[in-house]
Design a protein around this ligand. Structure first.
Ligand SMILES: CC(C)(COP(=O)(O)OP(=O)(O)OC[C@H]1O[C@@H](n2cnc3c(N)ncnc32)[C@H](O)[C@@H]1OP(=O)(O)O)[C@@H](O)C(=O)NCCC(=O)NCCS
Length: 168
């Protein structure tokens, strides 16, 4: 498989840019996701539930996309999409706590949906821990429907809600 074409960087706030992921972002992206997991008391599992973040190229860029949100040089957020025929899945939508409530999460989600549509997807799905109510409010705001639940195979046996949006 070849690496897919990367879209250009998107300006979202004067100092904040959503840019295609590059390998040198790895430590910063992991730090963001880990900070949010610590905030919620979730267990970190580098060789298990979080292993996608240690090999973003293989997990996302070969069949999807991953973006890094930066404020100047600081990595403050991320989001990924995987493609599955006419359906795509949203992954790893995370933003540092001090940047929330300013539309950045919405911008990352919008960019993910635009990417999915451009790749011919008519439906997007997402799974999200039941504790992440802000994300669920955002999903509902952009038209996702909440449906289904699952218990994940992670150290916390996380309880997640399913969401879908169709048409995308
Ligand atoms: C989910 C997350 C990315 C949202 O980012 P954000 O930048 O704070 O969200 P936005 O400012 O773009 O909010 C967009 C909309 O989402 C909803 N929303 C966001 N935070 C909300 C909150 N605390 N209460 C109610 N609604 C909220 C609102 O509808 C808001 O629209 P509004 O601006 O018209 O009120 C961020 O809260 C986050 O990183 N949370 C922790 C990680 C997480 O839950 N990730 C999801 C994994 S599935």
């Amino acid at each position: 498989m070849s690496r897919i074409d990367c879209p250009p960087a998107v300006i979202v706030l004067p100092m904040c840019r959503l840019i295609p992921y590059e390998s040198h972002h790895a430590d910063g992206v992991i730090a963001v996701v880990r900070a949010v997991h610590d905030e919620h008391g979730f267990t970190w599992e580098a060789d298990g539930y979080h292993k996608d973040l240690y090999d973003v190229d293989r997990h996302y860029l070969l069949a999807g996309m991953f973006w890094t949100l930066v404020d100047g040089e600081r990595i403050i957020g991320c989001v990924g999409v995987t493609l599955h025929g006419g359906e795509c899945e949203l992954h790893r939508l995370y933003l540092l706590q001090e940047y929330r409530g300013r539309g950045l999460g919405r911008k990352m989600l919008d960019e993910s949906m635009t990417f999915g549509r451009a790749k011919g997807c008519h439906r997007m799905i997402a799974w999200s821990d039941v504790k992440l109510g802000d994300a669920h409010a955002l999903y509902r705001k952009v038209g996702f429907v909440q449906e289904g639940e699952r218990i994940c195979d992670d150290p916390d046996e996380s309880h997640e809600y399913g969401f879908w949006k169709e048409p995308l």
